[in-house]
Design a protein around this ligand. Sequence first.
Ligand code: CMP
Length: 138
Amino acid sequence: MSNRTFTMIKPDAVANGHIGGILNMITEAGFRIVAMKMTRLSGEKAGEFYAVHKERPFYGELVEFMSSGHIVAAILEKDNAVEAFRNLIGATNPANAAEGTIRKKYAESIGRNAVHGSDSDENAEIEGNFFFSGLEKF
Ligand code: CMP
């Protein structure tokens, strides 16, 4: 069980002015922001980030959406971070997201769902390394 996870604030939430609201929910829930940057993914980079979903029917739509605007990438720290953060963001589909979760408040649909959160310690490490160098993560 690692104490770090990785998140992205997705293009829908950035475009709609929700960076501050989402970061506030994250820090209020007791996560420490270890590293953070606002950037953009090219189509190629978005495809690489979501390569595990390559065979899914929504892959093309996902890559197009994730490269459609700015995102905020961050590494977060808290005990049992992956599970704690998935509880904070709520279900992938906002229709199923619990009250008080980030997706309940900010997600528009299953695709435009405001935030990403790593689904395992291993993926948290891989995804954090995708955006941040060793010194930035220190
Ligand atoms: P995320 O946690 O970033 O990881 C994979 C993403 O694929 C997921 O959030 C959703 O935004 C997206 N996704 C999953 N299922 C669908 C779907 N049926 N249609 C469009 N996007 C989807």
